[in-house]
Design a protein around this ligand. Structure first.
Ligand code: PLP
Length: 400
């Protein structure tokens, strides 16, 4: 008998965390390695947020809290949804979890039965399909392409929905492609979803504040209020406030679903850290003035990376609207020979050879359900990005 359960055996460990771990290991061995694999901002949590956490500790706010969030944080989240998204939620419609990840997982565990399908556009964030599998459901990948900017087309969404579809997942701006849906694009998807009243929508808005130029962020329940009663609008403080380690994610949604998610938490994690929750209150209620300049910085990095990658032989890099990732195609290199003499047969081979030859760690597209591509996280300094992209160019030139 194997130790691992049947449910867990269907799940892959996170490829992004694995790629980052491999880069760290090579670095520890003394290799000159640049990791563009990790998905977290490179700036520190703002001081006012840290101070709020320190104050919480001093004030003894260090005990169990309400399972799905302190009233003060729920109020701050309601205010955020109203202020930034034009969405009205009551505190009883808010879930606070230890990170965005558990928000999604708890929603899946709360609602999926064997045979239930979850439509997941590709390229997807690595964790979605595996969370669905762990929760007993069936992930249904819905491929997109570079031609449509990695965005789901309404007719394709319509065709992907069956009687067994329980959820459709949306993620804009997207990890890994950076693609973000305009209001009109969401409108067209909403029209399809209105025709399928048995389908729920989970929208992952984690990268809401990282959109570039004059792009305007919209979320689907805001675009189509008739979907509000079957939409879980998920977000978190990890990316916008550089709080990945604090572990606070949240969502607004219909009360019956929020109650189910709290029930799961009550028997598993209990509340998110009380101290982190107080820090998140300050993040959402405190000054927001660093968010725009920060997005501007990421936009400059995007432009640098897109330009340099498009100068690499055999690569094609679309220009995304947001997040801090690009998702270039390696189609032009498939079937060619790497400097080591090995044939590049897949995007996985490309990533492995790039790491071995030039010490640049990226995540291969297969992990995100759409090949042949790779993901670069550009949440690092211009100097590091220039060095990394020069190495990628050199590698591509050396491929025969
Ligand atoms: N959703 C997306 C699209 C992400 O990229 C991430 C983190 O990488 C998350 C959710 C999870 O965020 P958290 O670190 O708060 O669990």
């Amino acid at each position: 008998m194997t130790l691992e359960s049947a449910a867990l055996s269907r799940v892959k460990p996170s490829a992004t965390l694995a790629a980052d771990a491999m880069a760290r290991e090579l670095k520890a061995q003394g290799r000159d390695v640049i990791s563009l694999a990790a998905g977290e901002p490179d700036f520190d949590t703002p001081q006012n947020i840290k101070d709020a956490a320190i104050q919480a500790i001093r004030d003894g706010k260090t005990k169990y809290t309400n399972v799905d969030g302190i009233p003060e944080l729920k109020a701050a989240i309601c205010a955020k949804f109203a202020r930034e998204n034009g969405l009205t939620y009551k505190p009883s419609q808010i879930n606070v979890s230890p990170g965005g990840k558990p928000v999604i997982f708890n929603a899946m565990v709360s609602t999926l039965n064997p045979g239930d399908e979850v439509v997941i556009p590709t390229p997807y964030w690595v964790s979605y399909p595996d969370m669905v599998l762990l929760a007993g459901g069936t992930p249904k990948p819905l491929p997109t392409s570079t031609e449509t900017g990695f965005k789901v087309q309404p007719a394709d969404l319509d065709a992907a929905i069956t009687r067994r579809t329980r959820w459709v997942m949306l993620n804009s701006p997207s990890n890994p492609s950076g693609a973000a849906y305009t209001k009109a694009e969401l409108r067209a998807l909403a029209d399809v979803l209105l025709r399928h009243p048995h389908v729920w929508i989970l929208t992952d808005d984690m990268y809401e504040h990282l959109v570039f130029g004059d792009f305007e962020f919209w979320t689907i329940a805001q675009v189509e209020p008739a979907l509000y009663e079957r939409t879980l609008t998920m977000n978190g403080v990890s990316k916008a406030y550089a709080m990945t380690g604090w572990r606070i994610g949240y969502a607004g949604g219909p009360e019956p679903l929020i109650k189910l998610m709290a029930k799961v938490m009550s028997q598993t994690t209990s509340n998110a850290s009380s101290i982190s929750q107080w820090a998140a209150v300050e993040a959402l209620n405190g000054p927001q003035d660093f968010i725009r300049p920060n997005a501007k910085l990421f936009e400059e990095r995007r432009d640098l990376v897109v330009s340099m990658l498009n100068q690499a032989r055999g690569l094609h890099c679309p220009t995304p609207e947001g997040a801090f990732y690009v998702y270039p195609s390696v189609e032009g290199l498939i079937g060619r020979t790497a400097p080591s003499g090995k044939v590049i047969a897949s995007d996985r081979d490309f990533a492995v050879e790039l790491l071995e030859t030039e010490g640049v760690s990226v995540v291969f597209g297969q992990a995100f359900g759409l090949s042949p591509f790779f993901r670069i996280s550009y949440a690092t300094s211009n100097a590091v990005l220039e060095d990394a992209c020069s190495r990628i160019q050199r590698f591509c030139t050396a491929v025969k």
